[in-house]
Ligand binder design. Structure first.
Ligand code: MTE
Ligand code: MO
Length: 433
């Protein structure tokens, strides 16, 4: 069907005219070069994103923060408990990967701007559909990058909650991404063969020639190119340099050690407090949720409850807990926001507490914080997580009592779990067979 008759033959003035876009750097080779980086990078960021959803064990208790998800909450397995750094790696790849790819995404969008104004807007129903899929692709990508960056900056200026929004956006984007890759892969491969990267990296400005149009439909290479004011290697260097800079200024929040102090762009990646044993990342200070020295003092009890009917099997003071067999492990807390911190924790094994509650081999355990209602105050753990050798109710960290901000009198540390499941100020644990 010839649909172009729907539109006047002469394009409207301005950006719709072929001669408007004059950068000699635009062309299919350049776009495909960025596309190749994004194809690999975005795949990693998307997979780790969906894995992060699964890491919450959304099947259990109230763990799922996306209650309206329907089919989109699809995942395949319970999250494992080893290696202990699994979620740290996953979230480091997801968040730092997304940040590092941001300059590449912007460059790719710049390189394809002429297509936004192509004329006629579509020539066939198939092409109309293809362009519609770009709405999911570009809209989805911009939405995910923007909400992701706003979330790690704690800038909740959007009128919906982050978890469902980011998850649904991810599915919209993924649909657009799959269609786009399927359609464009052959063109990308052809375009990448038109130039060699090594040659481009040697080419100074005065030898920088515009890309040739590859065929009739090529809307990227300019019809009326200007003289180059930046070489292709200059542009690639600018983008690669920006990504490298973003990496250096953020990766320390996951890598830790000496790199932490370099994480200038990471909102919560640097030093805390006094250099003592409790001097590490605090997202949510006790004062922010009404936890005080008073309600964690002499009156504190940990109730071990047998579910689902809820009879209290044990009521333990902190001294009681310290009297149980203690274990010490080095384990990370890895926040969904990408920062992580590895510390040496000492406390009671969750499996020993299940035993004490009279529910050995519990199928599920729900931990509640004395913070009461509110975000992250309740978490449900799987049988594997309760049973894992290194799953602790930590009482001490780095040979000192936990500080109030780090969850005194007791906090949960489960290997490989998302940081949000390391519940602080635990006052009740309900074990279900
Ligand atoms: N009770 C309670 N536990 C909590 C939280 C909380 O807000 N309340 N925050 C969680 C989150 S999101 C993370 S990443 C880890 C580490 O956060 P922190 O630095 O505040 O300890 O603790 C988790 N435990
Ligand atoms: Mo977190």
């Amino acid at each position: 069907m010839e649909l172009s008759r729907l539109f006047p033959a002469t394009p409207p003035p301005g950006p719709f005219r072929g001669g408007f876009w004059r950068s000699p750097l635009r062309g299919r080779w350049l776009t495909s070069t960025f596309a190749l980086v994004l194809l690999v990078g975005v795949t990693v960021v998307a997979l780790t994103g969906f894995l992060s959803y699964a890491a919450y064990n959304p099947r259990l208790g109230s763990n799922d923060l996306t209650s309206t998800k329907g089919l989109l909450g699809f995942y395949l397995f319970d999250w494992p408990t080893r290696p202990a750094w699994l979620y740290q790696l996953n979230q480091g790849l997801h968040v730092i990967g997304g940040l590092v790819l941001t300059p590449v995404l912007l460059a790719k969008l710049w390189s394809v701007i002429p297509k936004l104004f192509s004329w006629p807007p579509f020539r066939s129903p198939a092409q109309a559909l293809e362009r519609l899929s770009l709405l999911a692709l570009v809209g989805g990508a911009v939405f995910l990058f923007v909400t992701g960056i706003m979330n790690i900056a704690y800038w909740y200026a959007f009128p919906f909650s982050f978890y469902p929004g980011h998850l649904y956006g991810a599915w919209v984007f993924t649909a657009g991404f799959v269609v786009h890759v399927a359609i464009k892969l052959p063109t990308m491969r052809r375009a990448l063969r038109t130039r060699r990267l090594v040659d481009e990296l040697r080419m100074p400005i005065d030898q920088t020639r515009p890309e040739e149009r590859m065929d009739e439909e090529d809307e990227l290479a300019p019809v009326a190119p200007r003289e180059a004011t930046l070489s292709r290697r200059g542009l690639l260097g600018l983008v690669a340099g920006s990504s490298a800079l973003v990496f250096v200024l953020t990766a320390g929040q996951t890598l830790g050690g000496p790199f932490r102090s370099m994480a200038l762009l990471a909102p919560r990646g640097r030093s805390y407090g006094d250099g003592g044993p409790n001097d590490f990342q605090v997202n949510k200070p006790a004062a922010a949720v009404g936890v005080t020295a008073e309600n964690t003092g002499a009156s504190y009890r940990l109730e071990l409850v047998v579910g689902p009917d809820g009879s209290v099997a044990q009521s333990l003071s902190r001294e009681d807990l310290l009297g149980l067999r203690q274990y010490t492990y080095e384990l990370p807390i890895a926040c969904v926001e990408g920062w992580s911190t590895t510390q040496t924790w000492t406390g009671v094994r969750l499996r020993d507490l299940a035993m004490l509650a009279g529910v050995p081999g519990a199928a599920e355990m729900t931990a509640e914080s004395l913070q009461g209602e509110g975000d992250f105050a309740t978490t449900t753990f799987s049988a594997d997580q309760v049973d894992a050798e290194k799953s602790l109710l930590a009482l001490r960290v780095n040979d000192a009592d936990l500080s109030l901000d780090h969850g005194f009198p007791a906090r949960i540390i489960v290997p490989a779990a998302p940081g949000v499941h390391c519940t602080k100020w635990v006052s009740r644990m309900t074990f279900v067979t």
